[in-house]
Ligand binder design. Structure first.
Ligand code: PEP
Length: 251
């Protein structure tokens, strides 16, 4: 049985004290959420160590938002997967569209990042999604399929068990525009089919596939009711503990 997960991506928001307070509020309210729903918060690098202290021993799991594509050494400003694991992370997000768009992350770079994250014991929330031009040109299935094939097809079935896929149409991220439940479901079903073709039906069926893109308390229920949507990657709405928890109560 695949896991249901609601993961918050804080992006470059909150100071350290604000982030600690937000994590404390999420932990406090997490008791309301049924046990079967995984709760993950992805914070900026500076927040990881103090937030790890807040979530330790609770059901809330810690994630980074990115990691380096190199193991260690002279890469000023980078943070390695080993550092993240030693800071208390259980997950890292990789391939977020903002990383692809603003920091030139290619599928080839992401292959390295995924490899290093897994080698250091981290689970990966791997993001895929088309931009508006690609959607309008009817290329969304093609784009997402390539992002899956290029980065995940080199993994073993055992490694795939450590991957959560997040479908995030770029045109829906932070825009207030949400994909309809039908639009999201058809891409999620396509992702599962692509995974089944490579790794077999069981692995595909066990893979958690999240939807991300202006997911909020008012639309989460409809999205999460779709058979291939196993939860959400939440940006803006994850910055308010009440909204984040409300989304986690939407299954
Ligand atoms: C995200 O960037 O992962 C995201 C889903 O953002 P938002 O919810 O703000 O659209």
């Amino acid at each position: 049985m695949r896991k249901k997960i609601v993961a918050g991506n804080w992006k470059m928001n909150t100071t350290v004290p604000e982030g600690v307070a937000l994590a404390e509020a999420v932990v406090e309210k997490s008791a309301q959420v049924p046990e079967g729903v995984g709760l993950v918060i992805a914070t900026p690098f500076t927040h990881l160590v103090p937030v790890a202290g807040v979530v330790k021993g609770t059901r809330v799991q810690l994630s980074a938002e990115n990691c380096a594509d190199k193991e260690k050494g002279a890469y000023t400003g980078e943070v390695s997967a080993a550092m993240l694991a030693s800071a208390g992370c259980e997950y890292t997000i990789l391939g977020h569209s903002e990383r692809r768009q603003y920091y030139g992350e290619t599928d080839a770079i992401l292959v390295e990042k995924v490899k290093l994250a897994l080698a250091n014991g981290l689970d990966v929330i791997y993001c895929v999604g088309e931009n508006l031009d690609q959607r309008e040109a009817g290329k969304h299935f093609e784009v997402v399929t390539a992002q899956i094939e290029n980065v995940l097809f080199g993994l073993t079935a055992e490694e795939m068990a450590k991957i959560v896929v997040a479908y995030e149409p770029v045109w829906a991220i932070g825009t207030g525009k949400t994909a309809t439940a039908e639009q999201a479901q058809e891409i999620h079903a396509c992702i599962r089919k692509v995974l089944a073709g490579k790794f077999g039906a069981q692995v595909a069926d066990d893979t958690t596939i999240l939807y991300g893109g202006s997911c909020k308390p008012s639309n989460a229920k409809e999205l999460f009711a779709c058979p291939d949507i196993d939860g959400g990657l939440i940006g803006g709405a994850a910055l308010k503990a009440d909204d984040f928890i409300q989304i986690a109560l939407s299954f």
